[in-house]
Design a protein around this ligand. Structure first.
Ligand code: FES
Length: 152
């Protein structure tokens, strides 16, 4: 697979999650293990441009795919998160930013959300589309402001 632009050959057992392969085999510790059950979003990475919970994915499913972790991201959202205090402890931030990049791409492609009312991305829509990414510090207002800043 290609990871952050580099071709990587990975020899993993079939039960190894993509998250564990990234963190433990490749030393890419940006994606975090929060719940390991698909409930918190801390492990979010981009697989061929789509956001996924890497704790729920088997590494072997992504044979030949292009994976982007926060280590490979260079996006205006990163500075926007700093400008708007979109984090406190930072544990969820890599997942939040990868998820937001995927979310903006989903919106741009016309994929509707449960609260979509127009082509313009609303704050309510951002909150709904980002609802799979939890922040235990409660930095949601800053996260949404950062995304709206970049989206607008
Ligand atoms: Fe994957 Fe929580 S660690 S969703």
């Amino acid at each position: 697979m290609k990871i952050n632009g580099d071709v990587v050959s990975l020899d993993v057992e079939p039960w190894v999650s993509l998250l564990d392969a990234l963190r433990e085999r490749l030393g890419l510790t940006g994606p975090k293990k929060g719940c390991d059950q698909g409930a918190c979003g801390a492990c979010t990475v981009l697989a061929d441009g789509m956001r996924i919970n890497s704790c729920l994915a088997l590494a072997i499913q992504y044979d030949g795919s292009e994976i982007t972790t926060i280590e490979g991201v260079s996006h205006p959202l990163q500075k926007a998160f700093v400008r708007h205090d979109g984090f406190q402890c930072g544990y969820c931030t890599s997942g939040q930013i990868c998820s937001a990049i995927g979310m903006l791409a989903e919106h741009a492609s016309g994929m509707p959300s449960a609260v979509t009312v127009s082509d313009e991305l609303s704050e309510a829509e951002v909150r709904e589309r980002m609802s799979g990414n939890l922040c235990r510090c409660g930095a949601y207002n800053g996260i949404v402001d950062a995304i709206m800043d970049v989206a607008g």
